[in-house]
Write a protein that binds this ligand. Structure first.
Ligand SMILES: [Zn+2]
Length: 267
């Protein structure tokens, strides 16, 4: 994949649109949240949704709307009248603290926020995202998501670095009463980690309502059962057909579906 600055702006605009398509930035949340990506050819800089547009909504972001920033959160480039997003320090501090991180997503997902205020630790309630190799597997194996215990927005260097310290080497940090921030080695990973986190939180809320705070969950031994399985390509009924295709089966259909939908409006 080509990674000129224009390509990065395009990818980041699409990722912001996908967040809206996924329902993570709609209604009163339409302008709240932002996806960003480190520029591969200039890793001390990143591209992010800004603020100050005539219509400021993730759903309508275009490549030319994107803002380029350095790791101090300074604006280096962007359309006239635009500013960095207000919580730019969350992005810049995460890129500074985590050289492995190539993309960051921050939104205010309703069920994740709700469960964080209730103080109810999230537990695995459905299969999506928790299988080996998927973003939430480590959490499903028993490592809770770290929680940043403040509802205020993240505006200063100190606050941004505190979020980064709280995140540690996890893929998601819950911002109590505010939102969540996810990271990844690509925009796809960061966006899908957020979508899957919110899906698990929604299922937790349903379970909490139906059966109270001590509701059942997918058992740890059921998570263990997901590891060490024979790859599909080695199963007799798949071996031949997958060899003919010459590639491993792709399981990431949702991301590509929403990217395609978002891209249609930019053509
Ligand atoms: Zn926020």
């Amino acid at each position: 994949m080509s990674t000129t600055l224009d390509d990065v702006k395009y990818q980041v605009a699409i990722a912001n649109r996908v967040l809206a398509e996924l329902g993570l930035a709609t209604g009163v949340l339409a302008s709240l949240g932002h996806a960003s990506m480190r520029v591969p050819s200039a890793p001390e800089t990143f591209v992010v949704k800004g603020r100050g547009y005539r219509i400021d909504a993730l759903a309508v972001m275009r490549p030319e709307d994107m803002v380029v920033c350095d790791l101090e959160g300074n604006k280096l480039d962007g359309p006239p009248g635009s500013t960095q997003c207000f919580e730019i320090k969350m992005h810049s501090c995460l890129y500074k603290a985590r050289p492995d991180v190539q993309a960051v997503v921050h939104v205010h997902p309703r069920f994740t926020v709700l469960m964080s205020v209730l103080g109810a630790g999230l537990v695995p309630m459905c299969q999506e995202g928790i299988q080996p190799g998927q973003g939430l597997h480590r959490w499903a194996c028993g490592e809770p998501f770290p929680v940043y215990p403040h509802a205020r927005t993240v505006q200063t260097e100190e606050e941004g670095m505190e979020v980064a310290r709280t995140l540690g080497d996890h893929v998601a940090v819950l911002l109590q009463g505010h939102g969540a921030t996810t990271v990844g080695s690509s925009l796809e990973e960061a966006v899908m980690n957020m979508a899957l986190l919110e899906e698990q939180a929604r299922m937790n809320w349903y379970a909490w309502c139906a059966a109270g705070p001590d509701h059942p969950r997918i058992a740890p031994e059921q998570v263990v059962e997901m590891t060490g399985r024979t790859p599909l390509a080695e199963l007799p009924h798949f071996r031949e057909v997958l060899a003919r295709r010459g590639e491993q089966p792709r399981v990431a259909g949702a991301w590509q579906y929403y990217v395609d939908r978002a891209a249609r409006e930019l053509r």
